[in-house]
Write a protein that binds this ligand. Structure first.
Ligand code: HEM
Length: 396
């Protein structure tokens, strides 16, 4: 630890379930942060400096260079380099090879083709929810199944494995999980992918296509499938649950959703910014930025939930306003690692949230908002459960 500073654990609590974690709130756009492993790094909370760092090739996402701001168990172990195919932890040009291979599978045209599948899975999940009767948990009965069914279909993985995938992804997301638990969880998902590939399963899916086109080793292909299964359902599921939660506590905003779901979803993404502690970069060389000098080897946490509440860009930023333009928000990141699945996520959020409130017009929380359990010490923030109830359900 430099400068004799003691690491204060970063406070992961939130004043309300929808406000950024207390420990990320800073006055300066870029300030010092003491990490639990003794590293003295940084946290970026201003919108423009966050965006600049994300666009700057002098910063790396290589796993072995990153320090972790939350979670002692994992922070204590020096991370190893990412295995082949884990491209979110590669820098260009290695990273570029994977993005080139994948971009057309996640572009606007492909997502437009997937719309009927998104609508079909949503309708079925809502029918099952209605048939199961009130009360119900919206996390397990609505938010998680929809993106999981869609990503399984896109990749060509059997959807019957989706509960195992969801459980394993949840462990990977937990910043307090022990390294051996994380390794088991990763192994469980790669096992599913390997099974799908060796069974020649679901030939029109992305994985079968990538295997057929060649160019990737078996290990790269398996790990690629693992990354896409995990990133393809957990953040969207968390956003669906948290989005439903905030709208259930704010009937005036909820009434605005259907008028312009596209605009509403952008504002929900900005306001809720669920990637809280895991968007990180390490300087490869000394960098002068945002009025500070970041030394080579120092890690910066990009605090997207706070950057997206920068009053310089979003007036009255702590207010959810579904009619505002949230253009320029960083909820999907920025630069070469900007979210691969953003078009898909947007489509899923638009379809599923509007369908939920159309089908269940009198949907309401079954417990007081303060009793909804949140998942604070996670890479992706969310709620554990969302108990809801309703009266009459119109026929579909
Ligand atoms: C990257 C957010 C849904 C796949 C990212 C990043 C963010 C993000 C902030 C950048 C991380 C960084 O720069 O370090 C979200 C949110 C989602 C969502 C808020 C839902 C609302 C999805 C979906 C997929 C996906 C549906 C589909 C597979 C990925 C991948 C990366 C990524 C593969 C890594 C990209 C790279 O390193 O090149 N996401 N994401 N995400 N996301 Fe998403």
């Amino acid at each position: 630890m430099r400068d004799g500073q003691q690491a204060q654990p970063l406070e992961t609590d939130r004043p309300t379930p929808f406000d950024p974690p207390i420990g990320l709130r800073r006055r300066a756009p870029l300030s010092r942060l003491a990490y639990p492993d003794g590293h003295l790094g940084w946290v970026a909370t201003g919108h423009s400096v966050t965006r600049a760092i994300l666009a700057d090739p002098r910063f790396s996402t290589r796993r072995e260079l990153l320090h972790q701001p939350v979670g002692h168990e994992r922070a204590a172990e020096r991370p190893t380099p990412a295995e082949p195919g884990i491209f979110p932890h590669l820098d260009p040009p290695e990273h570029t090879r994977f993005r080139r291979l994948l971009s057309h599978h996640f572009g606007p045209r492909r997502v437009a083709e997937l719309m009927p599948a998104i609508q079909r899975h949503t309708a079925r999940v809502l029918r099952d929810l209605a048939d199961g009767g009130a009360p119900a948990d919206l996390v397990s009965a609505f938010a998680m199944p929809i993106p999981a069914l869609v990503i399984c279909e896109l990749l060509g993985v059997r959807a019957r494995d989706r509960q195992r995938i969801a459980a394993a992804t949840s462990v990977m997301n937990d910043l307090d999980a022990r390294p051996e638990q994380v390794a088991d969880a990763v192994g469980s998902i790669t096992g599913t992918v390997r099974g799908a590939l060796s069974g020649g399963a679901l030939g029109s899916g992305l994985l079968a296509q990538a295997a057929a086109t060649g160019g990737l080793s078996e290990e790269e292909l398996t790990n690629l499938g693992m990354v896409l299964l995990a990133t393809g359902h957990l953040p969207t599921g968390s956003m669906l649950a948290l989005g439903a939660f905030v709208l259930l506590t704010d009937p005036a905003q909820r009434a605005l959703l259907a008028a312009d779901p596209g605009r509403a979803v952008e504002e929900l993404l900005r306001y809720l910014s669920i990637l809280q502690f895991d968007v990180r970069r390490t300087a490869l060389v000394e960098v002068e930025i945002g009025g500070q000098v970041i030394a080579a080897g120092e890690t910066v946490v990009l605090a997207l939930p706070v950057a997206n509440r920068d009053p310089g860009l979003f007036p009255d930023p702590d207010t959810l306003d579904l009619t505002r333009s949230a253009a320029g928000h960083l909820a999907f990141g920025h630069g070469v690692h900007q979210c691969l699945g953003q078009h898909l996520a947007r489509a899923e959020l638009r379809v599923a949230l509007t369908a939920l409130f159309e089908r269940f017009p009198d949907l309401r929380l079954a417990v007081p908002p303060a009793e909804v359990p949140t998942r604070d010490r996670m890479a992706v923030y969310g709620v554990e459960r969302l108990p809801v109830t309703w009266g009459v359900v119109p026929a579909d």
